[in-house]
Design a protein. Structure first.
Length: 82
C-alpha cells in the first residue's frame, strides 16, 4: 500500500516493482493522478502473468499537516462521507 502524494507514485512503483511477488495487491490510498496508468506501465505483463491486483481508493478521508514532527498534526478538511 502506497501512502504518498500522487507525484511520487511512479517513482515508488519503480522501486518496489522488483519485490512484488505473485498474487500480490499493489495499491494506494490516494488514487488520483493516474495511479493505475503508472502501475500498468511499470508492472506491464507481470500483472496478468503473476496475478497482481492493482487497486486505489478514490479519495482520502482528510488531509493532515505536521504541527510538531513525530508528535502532532493538524487535521485539515476531514470529510463527512467518502
Amino acid at each position: 500500500m502506497i501512502c504518498g502524494p500522487a507525484h511520487i507514485h511512479e517513482e515508488l512503483l519503480q522501486k518496489i516493482a522488483p519485490f512484488v511477488e505473485k498474487d500480490s495487491f499493489v495499491g494506494t490510498i490516494f488514487g488520483q493522478g493516474s495511479f493505475a496508468w503508472a502501475a500498468y506501465s511499470i508492472l506491464k505483463n507481470r500483472i496478468k502473468k503473476d496475478n497482481i491486483t492493482i487497486w486505489a481508493l478514490l479519495t482520502i478521508p482528510s488531509i493532515c499537516k505536521i504541527r510538531k514532527y513525530g508528535e502532532a498534526v493538524n487535521v485539515i478538511g476531514p470529510k463527512k462521507i467518502l
